[in-house]
Ligand binder design. Structure first.
Ligand SMILES: CC(C)(COP(=O)(O)OP(=O)(O)OC[C@H]1O[C@@H](n2cnc3c(N)ncnc32)[C@H](O)[C@@H]1OP(=O)(O)O)[C@@H](O)C(=O)NCCC(=O)NCCS
Length: 223
């Protein structure tokens, strides 16, 4: 998955949780991700039973073209899902399944991982099955994940990277209010070729203004 730390080989061997024995996990989302309801989608924690639908949705050529190679088998997706649950329990990562309202089938995922301790800075990535591109599902889901990220995880700055050639990925991020901050030259190896990536950022104050939870006066005071 794009820019996310999951590697199928590692997941086979690294089965122990990373939290220390006896460590008390007090934050609810570390125990189980809250269900998030939008107008078109419901986001919920992944389950191993999502592996066949995610395999079908996320391994097509058009979806995988600009992201790190997804698992190549249903078993591989099961291991990925198990890994996501372990990482969530450590408090450093969250992965949501995207489902259409009223249906339980996972049609895509959103991943958020901390890039600095305590989730002050994080990076996200997402992928949706191509039958659902351009339907509004992605934007509905993104709004829920942004709210969860800034309000529940406590993120102050959320980054994303998209290959310059990834037209839909760049278009989708811009629609979400992500700001282009630079080009990471030759930063993403895909099929033996180093691609340039656009670095995007959303800071909490921007999101609060866009989301209507802060006035423009507050925005100008913090900048
Ligand atoms: C990226 C992804 C999640 C976007 O989902 P989506 O449903 O296609 O996204 P949206 O339709 O909300 O937004 C895409 C926007 O990009 C626009 N777009 C399409 N091609 C474009 C291009 N070449 N250049 C610029 N914008 C483009 C679309 O027109 C659309 O904007 P509009 O609604 O104003 O017309 C989906 O395409 C996907 O899963 N891709 C594969 C995984 C991936 O690349 N993930 C990484 C994202 S960084």
């Amino acid at each position: 998955m794009e820019r996310m730390p999951y590697q199928d080989g590692l997941a086979r061997t690294q089965m122990a949780p990373q939290s220390q024995p006896g460590e008390v996990v007090t934050t609810d989302w570390r125990e189980k991700l809250p269900v998030l309801n939008g107008s078109q989608v419901t986001l919920r924690e992944l389950r191993t039973s999502d592996a066949p639908s995610l395999f079908a949705m996320l391994t097509t050529e058009e979806v995988a073209r600009f992201i790190s190679p997804p698992p190549s088998t249903v078993d591989g997706f099961e291991r990925f899902i198990t890994w996501t649950l372990r990482q969530r329990a450590t408090g450093s990562y969250a992965c949501y399944a995207v489902t259409l309202k009223g249906f339980d089938t996972a049609i895509g995922i959103f991943q958020v991982r901390e890039s600095e301790p305590s989730f002050t800075t994080a990076e996200w990535g997402f992928a949706i099955g191509s039958p659902f591109w351009g339907t509004g599902v992605l934007q509905d889901a993104a709004a829920l994940v942004l709210k969860f990220t800034f309000e529940t995880l406590g993120v102050h700055r959320l980054e994303a990277r998209a290959a310059v050639q990834n037209g839909r990925g760049n278009g989708a991020l811009q629609k979400m209010g992500a700001v282009q901050e630079g080009i990471l030259r030759r930063s993403f190896l895909k099929n033996g070729i180093y691609l340039d990536q656009v670095l995007y950022g959303i800071v909490k104050e921007d999101w609060m203004v866009q989301h209507g939870t802060a006035s423009r006066d507050l925005y100008s005071r913090v900048h």
